[in-house]
Design a protein around this ligand. Structure first.
Ligand code: AP5
Ligand code: MG
Length: 271
């Protein structure tokens, strides 16, 4: 599924709740890019200034960062947060998923008023390595200024100030919101449900064609949005296991964590 919404709508927060509860993996391009910046990679150097100015990165740079991770999502249920973000990215994702015969089942649009979001942004703190989000009025860390899980220090995002935030909102309306009608059109056309078209003929009997659903959830607070989202996910993915049902390590929640763990198991050391 895709978690879609304005900057600050709660994509990261609600994705984390789903990942905490269900056996799903998540990938946030924003978190990934912030990690590149922290590590000083070439992508990070290019991203730093663009993100600080509240602009979107070029599609080819984002694709370079997500392509290899997208290749790993197949065996699991997955949530993408912050990708795709332009029509170009949406089309590329479509092609990628169809080629691999991975269905996109659900697009969730978090519909939160601009003024509500603005008031949240100044209160937000993040744990950079994991992307965990805290808010001083809504979701405080147990120890002020420190991550609940690792105890490491929390930081402010450089793009979390009113001036830059209004540019991010403008970029959302200009480049990202048209994606919603793109997905809605795909959802209402029979063509999109025919992902089996790309299957080898021998595989046809293994998968039922699945139609894409686009759902908007509205609300000002998590008390309003979380129960709607939880119910929606249970309806759309009736076989989805909860974490309590699985033996998987509680820490291995994000796609990056899983890849690191795989490398560790394969090589005996972290690369
Ligand atoms: P990214 O990191 O994805 O930022 P964003 O889309 O602007 O969204 P945010 O992470 O700011 O908000 P969110 O919706 O995750 O909300 P959150 O849960 O934190 O991208 C950053 C930049 O990277 C972009 O500007 C761009 O430059 C670049 N980039 C990333 N992907 C790209 C792509 N695909 N293509 C090109 N460029 C790309 O919540 C916000 C606050 O509200 C928090 O304080 C939270 O605690 C609070 N909150 C959340 N839910 C609730 C609630 N229900 N009630 C009360 N408070 C709440
Ligand atoms: Mg986020």
């Amino acid at each position: 599924m895709l978690m879609f919404g304005k900057p600050g709508a709660g994509k990261g927060t609600l994705t984390a709740r789903l990942v905490e509860k269900y056996d799903v993996m998540s990938l946030s391009t924003g978190d990934l890019l912030r990690q590149h910046i922290a590590e000083g990679t070439d992508v990070g150097k290019e991203a730093e200034d663009i993100m600080a100015r509240g602009k979107l990165l070029p599609d080819d740079v984002v694709l370079k960062v997500v392509a290899s991770k997208l290749d790993r999502i197949q065996p699991k249920h997955w949530i993408l947060d912050g990708f795709p973000r332009t029509l170009g990215q949406g089309k590329l994702l479509d092609v990628h998923l169809k080629k691999q015969n991975i269905p996109l089942t659900l697009v969730v649009n978090l519909d939160v008023p601009d003024d509500v979001i603005l008031s949240r942004i100044s209160d937000r703190w993040i744990h950079l390595p994991s992307g965990r989000v805290y808010n001083m009025s809504y979701n405080r860390p147990r120890v002020e200024g420190h991550d609940d899980v690792t105890g490491e220090p929390l930081t402010k995002r450089p793009d979390d100030n009113p001036e830059i935030f209004s540019r991010r909102l403008a970029a959302f309306y200009a480049s990202t919101s048209p994606l919603l009608s793109y997905f809605s059109t795909a959802a209402s056309s029979a063509a999109h449900s025919s992902f089996n078209h790309y299957q080898h003929p021998h595989q046809l009997s293994f998968h039922r064609p699945q139609k894409l659903a686009v759902k908007s959830l509205s609300g000002n607070t998590s008390d309003e949005i979380w129960p709607q989202l939880d119910q929606l996910v249970r309806n759309m993915f009736p076989g989805l296991r909860t974490r309590a049902d699985t033996k998987e390590s509680k820490r291995r929640h994000s796609l990056s964590d899983a890849i690191v763990a795989e490398n560790f198991e394969a090589n005996g050391s972290f690369k």
